[in-house]
Design a protein around this ligand. Structure first.
Ligand code: SF4
Ligand code: SF4
Length: 103
C-alpha cells in the first residue's frame, strides 16, 4: 500500500488525453475541481438518517460508528467532494447547506 504522501497529484496535472491507471480515485483529489459551492454540515441538525451518505456520488460523506455501534455522519471529505449539491438537496433536515467557496 502506498503512503499518503504519494497521493499528491491532482486532476489539474493531467494532460488532455492522459491515461489514468487503475483506481484513480486513490491518486487524484477530484475535489480540486469542485464547483464554486461546497457543502457545510451542521451536526446539530443532523439526525443521522444517512440519506446524504447513500446519495453522494463521490462517497464524500464520511460516517463513523459511535460507542453503541450506530453509524453517524462525521464529516465531508473535501478532497473528493465535487460540490454537486445532491447531499444538501436530499437532506430534509437542513443539516447540509451549500456555501460559496472562498479560493
Ligand atoms: S441527510 Fe441530513 S440528517 Fe440525514 S444524515 Fe445526512 S446530514 Fe444528517
Ligand atoms: S456536494 Fe455532491 S460530492 Fe459533495 S458531499 Fe455532497 S453529494 Fe457528495
Amino acid at each position: 500500500m502506498k503512503k499518503k504522501e504519494e497521493y499528491k497529484m491532482t486532476a489539474k496535472e493531467l494532460c488532455i488525453g492522459d491515461i489514468v491507471d487503475f483506481n484513480p480515485l486513490n491518486k487524484f483529489y477530484t475535489g480540486n475541481w469542485r464547483s464554486r459551492k461546497k457543502p457545510i454540515l451542521d451536526k446539530n441538525k443532523c439526525i443521522n438518517c444517512l440519506i446524504c451518505w447513500i446519495s453522494c456520488p463521490d462517497s464524500s460523506i464520511k460516517v463513523v460508528s459511535d460507542d453503541a455501534k450506530i453509524s453517524i455522519v462525521d464529516n465531508i471529505d473535501y478532497n473528493f467532494c465535487k460540490g454537486c449539491g445532491i447531499c444538501a438537496m436530499e437532506c430534509k433536515n437542513g443539516a447540509i447547506k451549500m456555501e460559496e467557496e472562498k479560493k
